[in-house]
Design a protein around this ligand. Sequence first.
Ligand code: GCU
Length: 337
Amino acid sequence: MLSPGKSDFICGILLGVLIASCCFALLHRVVRQQAMDTNTIVLTLGHGLDVTHPVHLGMVSMQERLAELSGGTMRIEIFPGGMLGSEPECLEQVQVGLLDMAKSSVSPMESFWSELQVFTIPYMFRDHEHLWQVLDGDIGREFLEMSPTMYGLTYYDAGARNFYSVRQPILSPESMRGMNIRVQQSRTAMDMIRHLGASPTPIAFGELYTALAQGTVDGAENNLPSFESARHNEICRHFTLNEHAFVPDMLLINRNRWESLSPLQQHWLKTAAVESSIFQRELWAKEEQRSREASERRGVQFHEVDKTPFITATAPMRENITDPVIRDIIRRIQEAQ
Ligand code: GCU
């Protein structure tokens, strides 16, 4: 039984969430209505990151470029920070056409395109350059085209994912025993944590700060700009440079919405998206460094570790794959020079 105080508190939170959702749904309708009134094409775009994050800044540059290319006849309205829901929720809205566009990590997308699990399988890529050779090549293009309901416009750089923890540093899989680690909504990510000897807990990115602060989880894994811009560095004392995965972000548009655009409008949007990805990739390295320095100033300790035990513990995830389609993609990834 919940105590009266606690149940009032929970009711308060639920009411707050309900009011916020209604406000955003209303806002969303207002944006669409305004567009109908002015004949401007307004595309709504939802994502879960902070407005200081380099991936958000990439999308802002796309917004500006599209307005310029289209002479103001096309506009993108960005709803950041999970305003319209978590990234998996935004994707669901794009699939059914409630939202025009979403930016999401590819990890949770594996639930509807299992091929995308190759990005979350640990130590699949040799390094950052290897990832981009694959994304810029045939595999990357095939994945953008894969869905019947959504069209992938481009990728954004989300660097290397690393472990971070509140109290105990993660120095090897041994040191992860008994820890609860937050992961994205991805079976592959959960599997990775189990292979490393810890317990996975899927939590929406927007709820992770509280989960870390309240001790629901002992740690998480992400890239440096997300660690810093979501202020996880206020709570976590340790950041481990183990680089277990290079999981990119993808920008998608509802397929019917895409097909409703004229070839010229599609060209403007695609150009703005691709150029924004180039800009964002250049920004990434600087932002990783800046986030690290800002976190060090907050007292976070960075740990250089031997990656070998992490690679060994997760080897079955790369070696025991039976699905011939995934095996073939992995072979092509490994062959990419
Ligand atoms: C990265 C990624 C986000 C994602 C987040 C997460 O920061 O860019 O799209 O939401 O990881 O771990 O949930």
